[in-house]
Write a protein that binds this ligand. Structure first.
Ligand SMILES: C[S@@+](CC[C@H](N)C(=O)[O-])C[C@H]1O[C@@H](n2cnc3c(N)ncnc32)[C@H](O)[C@@H]1O
Length: 242
């Protein structure tokens, strides 16, 4: 089952409002990337925007991208197809994080929009795998999505754009499940004036761990968490082996 089938309909458009903040966080990651050590790991690469950022911005870097959703992977592949000069520099694998054979050494990692798919045990395993592969001083970029404490989130519009004759609207709504998890309902609409032409709705269970908990989990794996700007983006920097 492709859990991102509905989301992939116009992913970059619906992500557009968040993109400037993601780019700012990627800029903070840039000086910590070590492309000579190994590929940059992009976990849950989605439409490939972050992999493309690496290929564009980091000379000599290669990318090892994981994207288990068929529809999201198609977006990544389309982006790369437009750039034959990238073919030697990126691999887009269909496995998820725990099924993939990861490179022994990585020059950095990007996990944007994906950490919430992991529970506490899985986060510990992900952090351990990253720490074992990053060089000392190398880093992974993660984001922790709002709200920090699960609660009811009334429906809100997160994207509205007009392209040609049609309007695109994204609407999100959330419910608390327990102290860490929320159920999110996302609706992606395409409208012609008031007439709805496409309405894709999907639900995800997403983890919203407290910042302090993630900092402690990362620390146990040998990764020092450093906040970037607001509370959303964090660099996990590999410390010397203890
Ligand atoms: C919200 S999207 C984020 C896409 C992209 N990283 C970005 O920032 O735009 C989350 C992505 O994570 C992928 N994903 C979910 N669980 C995963 C797992 N266990 N391993 C790797 N990727 C996963 C989904 O298929 C989806 O494409």
């Amino acid at each position: 089952m492709d859990r991102y089938a509905e989301t992939s309909g116009a992913y970059d458009l619906f992500n557009a409002a968040y993109r400037p903040a993601q780019l700012e966080a990627l800029d903070a990651l840039r000086p910590l990337l070590r492309p000579a050590v190994g590929p940059i790991l992009d976990v849950g690469a989605g439409s490939g925007a972050n992999s493309a950022w690496v290929l564009d911005e980091v000379p000599g870097a290669s990318v090892f991208a994981l994207e288990p959703s068929r529809s999201m992977r198609a977006l990544s592949l389309a982006r790369v197809t437009a750039r034959p000069d990238w073919f030697e520099r990126i691999t887009i694998r269909p496995e998820d994080f725990f099924s993939a054979t990861l490179p022994q050494h990585i020059g950095g990692a990007i996990l944007l929009g994906v950490l919430g798919h992991f529970d506490a045990g899985e986060r510990a395993a992900v952090f351990a795998e990253l720490a074992a592969r990053l060089p000392e001083g190398g880093a992974a970029l993660i984001d922790l999505q709002e709200p920090e404490i699960p609660g009811r989130v009334e429906p809100f519009e997160f994207t509205a754009a007009r392209i040609g004759e049609l309007t695109y609207r994204g609407i999100a709504e959330g419910w608390r499940i327990d102290d860490e998890r929320m159920r999110w309902r996302m609706s992606y609409l395409t409208l012609e004036d008031e007439r709805v032409l496409v309405e894709d709705t999907t639900e995800h269970v997403y983890h919203h761990p407290a910042r302090a908990l993630v900092i402690a989990e990362a620390d146990r794996a040998g990764l020092r968490a450093e906040r970037q700007g607001e509370d959303t983006f964090w660099l996990l920097i590999a410390e010397a082996a203890r």
